[in-house]
Design a protein around this ligand. Structure first.
Ligand SMILES: [Zn+2]
Length: 105
């Protein structure tokens, strides 16, 4: 067992301190789908982002290192194991992150 786990407080995904040290108040954390692509809560969904998952199965993406956590696991267990990692330097997810920040106030 060498699974990585982030620190989280009180089953609250917004309190994650990523394995890399990033938090909501640093580089931010982004709601993503099961492929790690940032989601958009309204319609129409901007080019490059993913639609909000119909089953509400959301993940939390760290845009600094690309680690992704599954919200349902955090809410149920109060722990935040890394679900998977995505490439945040190039490709679909990297472009979606850029779109996400461009749209954020
Ligand atoms: Zn991270």
């Amino acid at each position: 067992m060498d699974a990585e786990t982030a620190d989280v407080v009180g089953h609250d995904v917004t309190t994650i301190t990523c394995v890399c040290g990033n938090t909501v108040s640093q580089d931010g954390l982004i709601q993503a789908n099961s492929e790690g692509v940032p989601v958009y809560a309204a319609s129409p969904v901007p080019e490059g982002l993913a639609a909000w998952p119909e089953d509400e199965d959301l993940y939390t993406l760290c845009p600094r290192c690309g680690r992704v956590y599954r919200d349902a696991v955090i809410e149920e267990t109060g722990t935040a194991p890394v679900a998977f990692r995505v490439d945040v330097t190039t490709g679909t997810v990297a472009e979606a992150i850029q779109v996400h920040w461009d749209l954020s106030p």
